[in-house]
Design a protein. Structure first.
Length: 643
């Protein structure tokens, strides 16, 4: 019990006065680079901040001159390198002739230069600041925004995350907007002009198919646009106003668009394209809101894409209660009060396709008041479960949240992240990197599994209910051939398999069911020699399991938690894993900070600074609860005593 007490005491000391826990949400260099580019474009001379972001960017450069989005990314990342190179030059605190910049330039040219960039937002930022020609792949008719949700295709068929990025992008592309300042660097020497004497390389089958698919999507859009009443000029003017209004109506109280830094950067450039002055109050508020996302840790500063406060607080409170902290303790009461204050009781875009739109969900951060999601809502409900048993106020919040979760189940039986039945496959035909993951919001194994785990363990619902059975059936139908499940919002197959197994077991499916047995066998087959588990972010890109070659605390905890749920008695592999997990709690190295949260495959991964506390605490607590305090570890002596 010693490690459980130690983790609990640490968390007690880290709780803030409002009851929340505020850990950093770290996602690589993209946001830091865009912050420098935006500040220079707006001619805001915050030199202290620009210099510190410059230093952070420079410190992340690799020996080959590149930047990566995760530490074991093979050959670096071209888009990330271009973003960092551009931002460093624009900062004014380094010259193009410095060794670091020459190395970066050589790397960029060796990968094909700016023409070979895949990242859509990278292209948009470059184009908006005069460094790149607006790509034809972004020339979707702006009138598309006018199609109502009742049409066969509409703007609202995209996921909410895609829409808040797509609206400013379409407005910028429509105007082919670009803005330069007297400090703008010149990246034209990174273009690598093609030789006229050399024939154009033939497109691969995949590229040809992608182009054909995109054209087919454009044809569908144009066909539906023909059904709109009005003249072309009128419609275009209305579409421009619609794009602007769409953004303005979704600005959060802190000034950001939907609480995300990335789409707020795009909004700032889009408003400039619409004629807003660089010092317009809406732009000033946006800059202030983005600045509030800065996080300072260990003497460094970096920009979070959003805050993760609600997520972290709900998970920590729930884990502490699982570990034995009383719901009546001041720490849990403060946390519960904070969580209750963050429940969203107004209608958002999620209600468009919801047949029973009763608000009562939670979002990811306390700057998010418009965009609740499934995962945060079940996390919040886990945290206030015990309070709901004795308090009418919490009981009402619990009931509203539960009903919202049930109303968000997709027609196919699974659960999405933000909006139900937003899964039209042809929207993934956009020729954009990551379109398959970002454009739509389909059912996923991690969200479906996590929802079932909540419904089973905390709401007392089981497989006898038809909607629970449909969720379990969806998981069984979407199991990979090797026995694993793909997780969309964590890395990756370990995450999805943990969620699927714990979810199905919680609603009453026997661990001896063939699908569950195959899942546990897969987890055991990938255990590292040291007893832990570790998976590379490369799995997310390749869509197959890729071992990290080392064990991370969160992935080890996920795998163990699933195995504990599936085994009535501890097997040697579990005890060996528990020993490794306890060792990891006292280590501080690259494995501790390896990103195990997923945002966008190949582009955006998250190191949750809270995860080294949350998942080990939860797993160790489940081990003690299930197996008691007298189980002898096969390795390291008494695991139960050490925990």
């Amino acid at each position: 019990m010693r490690e459980i007490r130690r983790l609990s005491d640490q968390l007690l000391r880290l709780q803030t006065t409002d009851g929340s826990w505020r850990f950093c949400f770290e996602s690589g260099v993209l946001t830091d680079a865009y912050m420098i580019i935006m500040l220079r474009t707006l001619e805001i001379a915050d030199e202290t901040l620009i210099r510190r972001l410059h230093e952070r960017l420079l410190s992340a450069q690799q020996a080959d001159g590149s930047w990566r989005v995760y530490s074991d990314e093979i050959d670096g990342n071209l888009s990330a390198t271009v973003e960092a190179y551009y931002a460093l030059l624009y900062s004014g605190y380094i010259d193009a002739t410095d060794d670091a910049m020459l190395q970066a330039k050589r790397y960029i040219l060796s990968k094909g230069g700016l023409r070979s960039i895949n990242g859509v937002i990278t292209k948009v930022i470059l184009a908006s600041t005069g460094q790149y020609r607006w790509p034809a792949s972004l020339m979707i008719p702006l009138e598309f925004l006018l199609l109502p949700p009742s049409f066969p295709i509409s703007f609202y068929d995209f996921s909410g995350y895609a829409r808040v990025h797509l609206a400013p992008v379409l407005l910028l592309a429509d105007r082919k907007f670009s803005v330069k300042t007297n400090r703008s660097p010149d990246l034209s020497n990174l273009m690598t002009a093609r030789s006229s004497s050399r024939p154009e390389p033939s497109h691969s089958f995949d590229q040809r198919q992608s182009n054909q698919n995109f054209q087919a999507l454009l044809d569908v859009i144009k066909t539906n646009l023909g059904k709109l009443p009005g003249f072309s000029g009128q419609l275009h003017k209305a579409a421009r106003k619609r794009a602007e209004r769409y953004m303005l109506e979704r600005i959060e109280p802190d000034g950001t668009l939907y609480g995300y830094a990335t789409c707020t950067f795009l909004m700032v450039f889009a408003l400039l394209s619409a004629g807003y002055d660089k010092r317009h109050p809406v732009i000033n508020r946006a800059v202030h809101g983005i600045t509030s996302l800065l996080c300072r840790k260990d003497g460094k500063i970096f920009l979070q894409n959003s805050l993760s406060t609600v997520w972290d607080t709900a998970l920590i409170s729930s884990a502490l209660q699982e570990a034995g902290t009383s719901p009546d303790s001041p720490m849990i009461r403060r946390a519960s009060s904070y969580i209750l204050s963050q429940q969203q009781l107004k209608f958002g875009d999620w209600s468009i396709r919801n047949r029973n739109p009763v608000p009562g969900a939670w979002g990811f951060s306390d700057s998010n008041t418009l965009n609740p999601d499934i995962d945060d809502t079940t996390a919040a409900l886990r945290a206030i479960k015990r309070m709901s048993l004795t308090s009418p106020v919490y009981r009402d919040a619990w009931n509203r949240g539960l009903n919202w979760i049930l109303s968000m189940q997709n027609k196919d039986g699974g659960w999405p992240a933000f909006e139900r039945d937003t899964d039209k496959a042809h929207l993934t035909w956009l020729p954009m990197d990551g379109a398959k993951s970002a454009a739509i919001d389909p059912s996923t194994a991690d969200l479906t599994g996590r929802t079932l785990e909540y419904l089973g363990r905390f709401a007392g619902l089981g497989i006898r209910h038809s909607f629970i059975r449909r969720g379990a059936d969806w998981l069984i139908e979407h199991q990979e051939k090797d026995g694993s499940w793909y997780g969309r919002w964590g890395i990756c197959y370990i995450y999805g398999t943990w969620a699927a197994l714990t979810g199905m077991i919680s609603v009453g499916i026997d661990p001896d069911h063939s699908a569950l047995r195959r899942g546990t066998e897969w987890l055991l087959s990938i255990q590292n020699n040291d007893g832990g588990w570790g998976e590379s972010c490369g799995s997310d890109r390749e869509m197959k399991y890729i071992p990290l070659g080392a064990s991370t605390p969160s992935q080890t905890a996920w795998a163990l938690d699933a195995l504990i749920a599936a085994h009535r008695k501890p097997v040697p592999e579990i005890d060996k894993g528990i020993g490794r997990l306890i060792e990891a709690l006292h280590e501080e190295d690259w494995k501790t900070s390896y990103p195990t949260g997923a945002g966008l495959p190949g582009s955006f991964y998250v190191h949750y600074h809270s995860y080294r506390f949350i998942w080990p605490l939860l797993t160790l607590s489940h081990y003690i609860k299930k197996y008691g305090g007298d189980i002898i570890s096969a390795v390291h002596g008494s695991a139960a005593d050490r925990t």
